[in-house]
Write a protein that binds this ligand. Sequence first.
Ligand SMILES: Cc1cc2nc3c(=O)[nH]c(=O)nc-3n(C[C@H](O)[C@H](O)[C@H](O)COP(=O)(O)OP(=O)(O)OC[C@H]3O[C@@H](n4cnc5c(N)ncnc54)[C@H](O)[C@@H]3O)c2cc1C
Length: 432
Amino acid sequence: MSGARTGKAIIIGGSLGGLFAAGCLRRIGWEVEVCEKTSDDLASRGAGLGTHDEIFAVLEHLGIEVDEDIGVPIRRRYVMERDGSCSLSLDVSQRQSSWAWFYNRLKDILPARHYHFNAQLARIAQDDRGVTAILADGRRLQGDLLVGADGIRSTVRAQFAPRAQPQFSGYVAWRGMIPEAAFPPALHAQLFDRYVFCLPEGEMMLAYPVPGAGGDTRPGHRGYNFVWYHPIGREDALAKLCTDARGHCHGTAIAPPLIRPEEIANMRAIGRAKFAAPVAEMLDLTAQPFFQAIFDLESPTMVFGRVALLGDAAFVARPHVGMGVTKAALDAYELANRLADRATLDEALGAYDESQSRFGQAIVQWARHIGVHLEAQLKPREQRTAEELHHQPEKVLRQVGARISEIPPLAGFTALPRSSGKVQTWVAGDAL
Ligand SMILES: Cc1cc2nc3c(=O)[nH]c(=O)nc-3n(C[C@H](O)[C@H](O)[C@H](O)COP(=O)(O)OP(=O)(O)OC[C@H]3O[C@@H](n4cnc5c(N)ncnc54)[C@H](O)[C@@H]3O)c2cc1C
């Protein structure tokens, strides 16, 4: 294969991974075309999003200004017991941003003519001279490189590594966001400014302030987000949860309005039984709760000839690490760096595969480790290890969404980008 210095990349997937890839590749002189299968703007669909220093560094590298507007600051984490008391707290300075903030900023730096909605990849053809993306409507786009940034159910990965399938963890994350204005004053005073963890046996609830609609970070206009990891059982239990009132099963995910009301009522009842009153009240206030099944995914390789996987298409770590977007950004940054500094496409993609596969495997394992107590709920009690039996609240407080440099299996990754430090994210101090 020929040189790697410049060329044209076809990027499949116009979410954050695809947009980071477009930005990083354009920065080294590549032409890009982004193909997104949906027909509408994705900005309205995201929710809260944890941040890491490294993602700020990649944004700055792309010329996107990172300032206080990026999210809501949080300074302390609390464990709230069933009776409402605080059993543990830890100073952690972190910023919760919004998916829409990233999507809008990244889309703004890409000329609209290079972003194509209604462009669904069907299959790929490639040879020594180039790669062709064949779209579902018959259009063909040619390039030197194809980037598969098409998420956990990647069409690109399905063509080249069909056996790499997402593995269900046995638990889901119930999620929701309540506008700050909807909080009764008493509940606001008890909860709103806090990053609260509730850790009764077998559950993990996190709740924290995030930017409101349109990324608004002004007091009074923010939102309060919760992510409640709740074990449900194996695939058959997930299929039941994803079945609508007419009996149709939607696979492993279901649109929020189609979730059966009895499932939502049941979720709220469990919340009332297990969590402190303010947290249960918050669940009741949530107009449209939804859930996301938690999967692990590891692709055996990230490169197939002229095709490179990136972000969730290659590795999906459980959201305990809060790193879906950061990992996609780092993949994009590394891909562009290797293309810029290696003589051939083969060499560049080989180096990319080597470093990002190691990173992906390490982060998937680490996230699985944080969720070990939740997953173990599916085993008989007597078969659980000491670590699986009980939460270790202090570890949970330190490990969830921790800084990359604080995560032991990632300590060897020295090539991570550094931000200017204008927006500080983490001062937890001690090692994990
Ligand atoms: C609408 C949306 C909202 C999200 N909200 C949040 C959030 O609030 N908080 C958070 O932490 N994470 C969120 N995520 C996940 C987070 O964005 C990802 O972890 C991160 O973007 C890295 O994933 P990715 O870009 O690799 O894949 P994804 O974000 O899953 O994007 C894959 C994209 O590929 C497109 N696609 C799939 N198949 C094809 C095909 N055959 N042809 C063309 N396009 C295709 C999909 O429509 C999608 O836009 C969201 C993802 C999406 C799609």
